[in-house]
Design a protein around this ligand. Structure first.
Ligand code: COA
Length: 220
């Protein structure tokens, strides 16, 4: 099932489909922001990461054609500010998807990402008919934890060594929303000041657990 990647907008923040001709500008931004992004970037456990922006874009587009993803460029006043990817879209009895994102350091702190996440989440709920959206975040990533806190995503739990990030398997705190938690959409709820303040609060137990690395068998 192929899906159309839409263009969405709220104020100065826009989401539009990624294109092959974004490769040069995207690569420039990724290179300029190495130290800002590296510690949060997904890596491969099997091979060193090849920095090939064109083939990354192609693979995102292929994934969208197969109906499994929505690969967006995030724009601020028409300027390329970062990326937001809806991935792992499944239909049927799961009807769920995951959101990942980054923006360049120069755009940080302007509510760009919460706006982009809200736009994408509402599209997935109300246009694609998905039921559940998920965001997983490393415990150390305070700015990203603020994004889910602002939007009232609900804390669901700690996943140990869940995603390969910056060269190793990393613990993640996971947050979710199901469509029936909302009456007016995530964007409207947030802009109206109605997002629940403490939904994203991580339990003290999970914070303590995440502070201690999961024991790994020595002879692996
Ligand atoms: C996480 C990230 C996407 C947040 O995007 P954003 O558009 O800046 O989001 P917000 O404007 O809501 O800011 C979130 C918090 O970041 C912090 N922040 C703001 N400006 C900042 C800056 N220049 N540097 C570091 N943190 C900053 C603030 O605590 C802010 O919360 P506040 O608005 O209550 O003050 C962005 O910091 C980023 O791209 N980081 C690197 C990649 C990454 O972490 N991706 C997510 C992986 S899960």
């Amino acid at each position: 099932m192929s899906i159309v990647v839409p263009t969405l907008r709220e104020g100065s923040v826009g989401l539009r489909p990624i294109r092959l001709r974004d490769a040069r500008a995207l690569e420039r931004s990724l290179l300029d922001n190495r130290s800002w992004l590296r510690q949060w970037e997904a890596t491969s456990p099997y091979a060193p990461m090849a920095f090939d922006t064109r083939s990354s874009i192609r693979s995102l587009q292929n994934n969208a054609r197969a109906g499994h993803g929505l690969p967006f460029i995030v724009e601020y006043d028409g300027e390329l500010a970062g990326q937001l990817n809806v991935s792992s879209i499944t239909y049927g009895s799961l009807s769920s998807a995951t959101i990942g994102y980054w923006i360049a350091e120069q755009f940080a702190g302007r509510n760009i990402t919460p706006t982009a996440v809200a736009l994408a989440t509402d599209y997935c709920f109300y246009q694609l008919g998905l039921h559940r959206m998920e965001i997983c975040i490393r415990p150390e990533n305070a700015p990203s934890l603020r994004v889910v806190e602002k939007l009232g995503f609900r804390y669901e739990g700690l996943r140990r060594r869940y995603i390969h990030i910056n060269g190793d398997w990393r613990d993640h705190f996971c947050f979710g929303l199901v469509s029936e938690e909302l009456t007016q959409g995530v964007l409207r709820r947030w802009l109206d000041g109605q997002a629940p303040q403490d939904a994203a609060t991580v339990s003290a137990e999970d914070r303590a657990a995440a502070a201690i690395p999961l024991p790994v068998a020595r002879d692996r």
